[in-house]
Design a protein around this ligand. Structure first.
Ligand code: 6GU
Length: 257
């Protein structure tokens, strides 16, 4: 999978060299390219923003640098340009992080993980001139995405969040292919339940033991205990998820006990 990020703070994306995403890059599962938006400005001050039409606080990112940057980056991967990003000419999904976007969910992460090429356009200030989204939506898939109901100063942190959620779903990135099958929020029979508590060695720590059932070796009982704990935790932390849960799905395993 190829990821391009166009930003005025390339250094903000340094964490993409670390941990899971960094390893995915080192292993060749991810081709990440970070670009400085100011490379596509032409004035002495490398201006990327201006005052909003209609007035109001803050600044708006100018359309011209974004247009030139997106044209150059997209051309480098579609066979129209000098670079060769991807083997066959493919179309990118342009991901625009914005608090006004559609919610980023595990379902959307799964969808994006199935795409060959994502181009991120994290903005600062009050966002990007609307015409940029209009222009590229005519030629490409453009997704405006929010990572939650709060306002950040820019889209770079959301790019890190989205990239990590997507990268860990790519084949061969997580050590254990099974380990995201029962993630909290994973589509499937445990959908809409948070994961319960986990334990490892030592069997006693500061006087605290391990739930007996986990030492029983009884897989059916362990599965039911985990399901019950997941329900308990979800009820406490995310009651909104419980109303969407299908109790029959969670009881399915009971006859094995
Ligand atoms: Cl994607 N961007 C910004 N600036 N703030 C946010 C966000 C995105 N998602 C939630 N808050």
């Amino acid at each position: 999978m190829r990821l391009d990020v166009i930003t005025i703070f390339p250094e903000y994306l340094e964490p993409l060299n670390v941990s899971l995403v960094g390893k995915a890059r080192a292993r060749g599962r991810l081709d990440v390219r970070v670009h400085d938006l100011r490379d596509w400005t032409h004035d002495r001050h490398n201006t990327v923003d201006d005052t909003p039409y209609g007035g109001g606080p803050g600044m708006v990112m100018k359309p011209e640098p974004w247009g030139e940057a997106l044209d150059a980056v997209i051309a480098s991967g579609t066979g129209d340009g000098a670079g060769e990003g991807v083997r066959e000419p493919v179309s990118p999904v342009v991901v625009v992080p914005t608090p006004s976007g559609r919610p980023f969910t595990q379902e959307l992460a799964v969808e994006l993980a199935g795409r060959p090429w994502l181009v991120f356009t994290p903005a600062r200030y009050e966002g990007i001139d609307r015409r940029v989204v209009e222009e590229y939506a005519e030629r490409y898939e453009v997704l405006e995405v929010s990572i939650g109901d709060y306002v950040l100063a820019g889209g770079e942190a959301p790019v890190l969040v989205i990239t990590e959620a997507v990268a860990r779903l790519l084949p061969g990135v997580l050590g254990n292919a099974e380990s995201h099958r029962d993630d909290s929020f994973a589509p499937g029979e445990m959908a809409a339940l948070l994961e319960g508590p986990v334990y490892t060695k030592p069997p006693e720590w500061r006087g605290r033991g391990i739930p007996e059932v986990l030492l029983s070796g009884h897989h059916g009982k362990i599965a039911r205990w985990r399901r019950d704990e997941a329900f308990r935790r979800t009820t406490r932390n995310r009651p909104d998820l419980i109303v969407r849960a299908d109790p029959a799905a969670y009881d399915k395993d009971d006859r094995r006990i």
